[in-house]
Design a protein around this ligand. Sequence first.
Ligand SMILES: Nc1ncnc2c1ncn2[C@@H]1O[C@H](COP(=O)(O)OP(=O)(O)O)[C@@H](O)[C@H]1O
Ligand SMILES: N[C@@H](CCOP(=O)(O)O)C(=O)O
Length: 328
Amino acid sequence: MAMAVYTEVSDDDLRSFVAQYDLGAVVSCKGIAEGVENSNYLLVTETGPFILTLYEKRVDPADLPFFLGLMEHLSARGVTCPLPVRGRDGEALRSLCGRPAVIVTFLAGMWPRRIQPEHCAALGEGLARLHLAGADFPLRRANALSLDGWRTLHDATHGRADAVKPGLAAALTAELAELERRWPADLPCGVIHADLFPDNVFFRDGALSGLIDFYFACNDILAYDVAVCLNAWCFEADGSFNVTKARLMLASYMKVRPLSAAELEALPLLARGSALRFLLTRLYDWLNTPAGALVKRKDPLEYLHKLRFHQQVRGIGEYGLTLPAGAA
Ligand SMILES: Nc1ncnc2c1ncn2[C@@H]1O[C@H](COP(=O)(O)OP(=O)(O)O)[C@@H](O)[C@H]1O
Ligand SMILES: N[C@@H](CCOP(=O)(O)O)C(=O)O
């Protein structure tokens, strides 16, 4: 089981931290044993439940104004996501146990353990709304996990990749070279979530109730975010691609934000890039996380399989769509 409470917060430290807010006294505070990046606590005060997050090493503190500002921006535009809570001094970001720390609002709902086609339809709409709401967000953050980042991860894993699967090192080298050559330069860009996996999307009574975990958000190709979701939501546990889920996801996305013919045509390539991104980060973690560590390592080869699928896709018909009439 994933486990990510890294920092222990003493009762005294917690009490004086929470005293800087208008939230009333602490009722309880419990580490959340889920997630991999930060230390999260379910903090209950006299005014209700909140999430207390301490940022561990993987988040660059310089990026926090982008992430926190984005959550405020999206919340203000009707995208349900955690809202950073400001203290009496007006600041949301402060320090606890030597780490950057924030309190954000608690979102009701559960992430779907068994993905149904209806989840994919709701996700498509939610993703498109996120893209529209992010359009006028003024801050900028480059995607650290695009081509340059993949090259760094490729080089850091190359020597040991074949220990995970014979031939993997060469397969990664060839794929990265092709993506570097063919990666699109002129597709619409904006704020993307970049990690909108099922465990970051909450549902309540069958409806999407909120999006969390904006710590990979950045400015990049909007359709790349769609490709991330195709990979994360539309494959079954046995590795088969569920074209019904893909069609529903894409169709409901397009009702809110139509995809151009160029975006649709680029989808197979963007999906390959997205598969390579998660393959490389998982491979890096696989090779660098001690086997006995509390954090569960995610299977890199799941994403090799997804990459292979998109490599043989000949057109978006295989994602359940047809190109708009008259498109080149
Ligand atoms: N605002 C929130 N409201 C409710 N639960 C949350 C909220 N933020 C995080 N959680 C809970 O904490 C878990 C881990 O959060 P996440 O941001 O995904 O952490 P990580 O970045 O470490 O993976 C989530 O699966 C969820 O159960
Ligand atoms: N979604 C990534 C891992 C990042 O984990 P998260 O808990 O921050 O969503 C993957 O599946 O490899």
